[in-house]
Design a protein around this ligand. Sequence first.
Ligand code: FES
Length: 151
Amino acid sequence: MSRGAVRAGTVALDQSAFGALWGMFMDITAGETFGITTKRQVLAQIVVCNGCCCGRTDKGKPAIPVDWLKQTWKERRLQKHVQLTISGCLGPCDIVNVVSLVTSEGQRWFGGIKDAEPFRSLVEWAQATAELGEAPELPAELLQYEFRRFV
Ligand code: FES
């Protein structure tokens, strides 16, 4: 039997053939959920890092208004529309005060936030998202903190 031939129910594929097949699979399955659903769908999720560096004023880092964010989210009943998640380390600690924003359009990253104003902008954006039923443009005050997370 020659190399690459069918052998005991398997097919040996070279890397380019595998890549082509994988691409076809991804095209076919794009947007598929394989039957898995959640009753807790939201318009967006905001993940605010509160890990080993972000918000650690005891390490000389700028504060993050975590309690204010939680309280405001609760008072405005935003959680059903835009989920707020306070997380452990998200990775890019060198930037500090990192926020990740996830929508159906993808994931965006913000960092180097040194005061409360960008967090107020996030709250207003979340409120607008809840009222509109879709995510509006991000405010300019927030965009100045956007960075590229992945290579
Ligand atoms: S602690 Fe926030 S990115 Fe690491």
